[in-house]
Design a protein around this ligand. Structure first.
Ligand SMILES: NC(=O)c1ccc[n+]([C@@H]2O[C@H](COP(=O)([O-])OP(=O)(O)OC[C@H]3O[C@@H](n4cnc5c(N)ncnc54)[C@H](O)[C@@H]3O)[C@@H](O)[C@H]2O)c1
Ligand SMILES: [Zn+2]
Length: 680
């Protein structure tokens, strides 16, 4: 039983090969299947099974657990009870009654096509080259011209049981065919062996691609548009960073989104040519594409040289129009039992000369939406090169976007984490309290930027938290205004914007008044007092442009309240930071930005401040071993507990969480209880 069936082994390997080349299918797009025999553990007799990629999941990384396993006889018996196209969706629930054993992954809508087609191995893919033919106005004729009788044209039909029946019939009537082009959608290929199916898939994809390369018009997107060419790289990055917060605000009017910026050759070339407004308005075609990109993008209709102010003003007008247009699309197509409208904001925003902003509920989803629009651009280029691009019509798009089965999939999604969609920038996050905070915010669902003096350490800390979809490291000296602006720019370019800033960077030199040099004073005030001012200023500018509120948290200190010897520069800088919390809470409240602080004390573990001399100094002063300093501090507290970096991180999280949505200007002591530092 536990031995992998050879058919499954071949299927998984083939799927991984096909799925790892983006020319063959989009991320998580398409599905593959194999049919084979196993012994039924109940009867001891042979049973014919269908293994097919389940709902969700990506071919490139498919494993056996991503396959749905169905009994072929029962699956095929559904044909006898099929009530007709009007009720084809009911067949999806019926698949559950065909499962073998525990059934593996949930069967997808494409299961019928795989089961009903009489071939041992079937691939259904979304290659750009194949969809270009599938969306060409004369796709049917092109299919015959390019492939002869080897590939059959199937007019557009929404995926489902009927499409499966259609393709099964085509295969039966065209024994010579290797596969078909699915109008408006993609390709399906088959074979008696896994090798044959794979070879047929690749042959269709490559034959279509070479035909396009040889026969395409010179300028599929029309002549170059004066003033719409790509800006030089540094300029377009700067413009993208300046526009990003506004664009994210536009994309987040109904619900907050994380963003991704793409300035690839494909996108810049599309926007630099005359036909892009017409083509963008026609919208994407492959169901997989527009479910992630919305039917059409928002396109800024200004040249690359347009100023930031003019661009922002026009984007805001276009956003209003986009929302009205989307409402119109919903109203024209919705029926009484359609799911409620899901949000009217664009998921793709195109800015000539600059690139594309794409959005999603997290960075991975936003990045993939961008990839899908690049797929759509490739499709449009191919279709326009040979013929004219003719995607499926609006009503069909609506039937897919608001399909009850699609809605059910969305309802099954797990509840988002508390900080999902929030973009956090934590300074001094390569070590100690900052690192613990970055970890905590990421664990609660935020996308995190780790900013610190050393790029290497910042990137290493980020890599330890997760992929660049979760955390990225950037270099910053918070006492340098230009460097701070660059770090905020890097944040908005990485995740579309910024919502949550933690002013944590700091250092401590324990010196008496007489020993404190002017340089000691300046350094601590530059990093902590001035540094947090600069970071708050640059981040608040982006937050105000987004119009999505925000949180700024200062890691101040018990020493902002408590007065003791040998601490004049550090304590005064901390008191400065503490008052910034109150001043900015008062000033930024009208933008929905909350400003709060945390007052830690005695966090020895993991702290670079303690490791670099301060700890030894304190230990000597108190006459204890340096490694016992944490425990020594614990004994001085009311709760007699050692304060750890995680305790500070938890306080930051609570301040930013929905539970404290009505709190601003507050400091939370996290010091295990120090009466001399009580706030009053
Ligand atoms: N450890 C404690 O007991 C304690 C108590 C109260 C307050 N704090 C405050 O907590 C914060 C973090 O302290 P920690 O104990 O984790 O120390 P840490 O030394 O482990 O971390 C501080 C980080 O800030 C970075 N940094 C220093 N100067 C910078 C600059 N100019 N630009 C960017 N990054 C810079 C450092 O490289 C380091 O990674 C500091 O503001 C500190 O004053 C700490
Ligand atoms: Zn498909």
């Amino acid at each position: 039983m536990s031995d992998l069936n050879p058919a499954v082994d071949a299927l998984v390997r083939r799927s991984n090969r096909l799925g790892s080349d983006p020319r063959n299918t989009n991320y998580a797009g398409g599905n593959t299947s194999a049919k084979g025999t196993e012994t039924d553990p109940v009867t001891g007799e042979d049973v014919e099974l269908l293994w097919v990629k389940g709902s969700g999941g990506d071919l490139g990384t498919l494993t056996p657990s991503g396959l749905a396993v169905l009994r072929l006889d029962r699956m095929r018996a559904l044909v006898d009870v099929y009530p007709g196209i009007e009720r084809e969706d009911e067949m999806v629930a019926a698949f559950d009654y065909c499962l073998h054993g525990k059934g593996g992954a949930a069967p997808s809508i494409d299961t019928a096509m795989h089961g009903l087609v009489d071939a041992a191995h079937v691939d259904h893919l979304h290659p750009d080259s194949g969809i270009a033919i599938a969306t060409a106005a004369d796709g049917h004729e092109l299919t015959t011209t390019i492939f002869g009788d080897q590939v059959v044209w199937v007019p557009w039909r929404r995926p489902g049981f009927q499409l499966g029946l259609d393709i099964a019939e085509i295969k039966e009537k065209n024994p010579q065919a290797r596969g078909c082009i699915l109008g408006g959608h993609g390709i399906t290929a088959w074979g008696d062996t896994s090798e044959e199916a794979e070879a047929n898939s690749l042959w269709i994809i490559e034959t279509a691609a070479s035909y396009i390369a040889e026969h395409s018009r010179a300028e599929p997107f029309g002549p170059a548009l004066e003033g719409y060419a790509a800006l030089p790289e540094a300029e377009r990055r700067a413009k993208a960073a300046a526009l990003a917060p506004t664009v994210r605000g536009i994309a987040s009017a109904d619900r907050p989104m994380v963003g991704h910026v793409t300035d690839s050759e494909e996108v810049l070339d599309f926007l630099a040519h005359a036909e892009h407004p017409r083509l963008a308005a026609l919208g994407t075609s492959c169901p997989d594409h527009f479910l992630r990109t919305k039917v059409k993008p928002l396109v800024l209709d200004l040249p690359a040289s347009a100023s930031i102010e003019d661009s922002i003003a026009r984007l805001q007008e276009l956003a209003v129009a986009y929302r009205e247009d989307y409402q119109g699309y919903y109203d024209r197509n919705a029926t009484p039992d359609s799911p409620a409208i899901r949000g009217k904001d664009p998921l793709i925003v195109l800015v000539p000369g600059v690139g594309m902003f794409s959005f999603g509920k997290d960075k991975q989803t936003a990045r993939v939406a961008g990839e899908f629009y690049v797929n759509a651009i490739n499709v449009m280029r191919g279709a326009e090169g040979l013929s004219s691009y003719a995607p499926i019509d609006e009503a069909e798009k609506f039937r897919i976007e608001y399909w009850a089965l699609e809605e059910a999939k969305l309802q099954r999604m797990p509840a988002p984490k508390p900080l999902a969609t929030r973009v956090a920038l934590v300074t001094g996050a390569a070590s100690g309290i900052g690192l613990a905070t970055a970890r905590k915010l990421a664990a609660e669902g935020a996308a995190v930027v780790i900013a610190d003096l050393s790029l290497e350490k910042a990137q290493a800390a980020a890599a330890e938290i997760g992929s660049t979809d979760v955390a990225v490291g950037v270099q910053v000296d918070v006492s340098d205004a230009a460097a701070v602006q660059a770090a905020v720019d890097a944040t908005v370019l990485a995740f579309g914007g910024v919502d949550l800033v933690v002013n944590n960077a700091g250092l401590s030199l324990s010196r008496s008044l007489l020993e404190t040099t002017e340089a000691d004073w300046d350094l601590q005030h530059d990093v902590m007092a001035k540094g947090s001012f600069l970071v708050a200023q640059a981040a608040a500018k982006a937050m105000i442009a987004q119009g999505m509120g925000g949180d700024i948290v200062y890691i101040s200190s018990k020493n902002s309240i408590f007065a003791g010897p040998n601490n004049v520069a550090y304590g005064a800088a901390k008191a400065d930071q503490a008052h910034q919390v109150r001043l900015l809470a008062a000033e930024l409240g009208e933008h929905g930005i909350k400003v709060n602080g945390v007052n830690p004390d005695g966090v020895v573990q993991g702290s670079g401040i303690f490791a670099s001399g301060w700890g030894a100094n304190r230990a000597a002063v108190y006459g204890v071993e340096e490694q016992d300093l944490g425990k020594f501090y614990a004994q001085r507290t009311i709760l007699k507990r050692e304060v750890l970096p995680d305790n500070i991180a938890n306080a930051v999280f609570v301040l930013c969480s929905a539970e404290l949505s009505h709190t601003t200007g507050l400091h939370i002591p996290v010091d295990a209880g120090v009466a001399a530092a009580f706030l009053r």
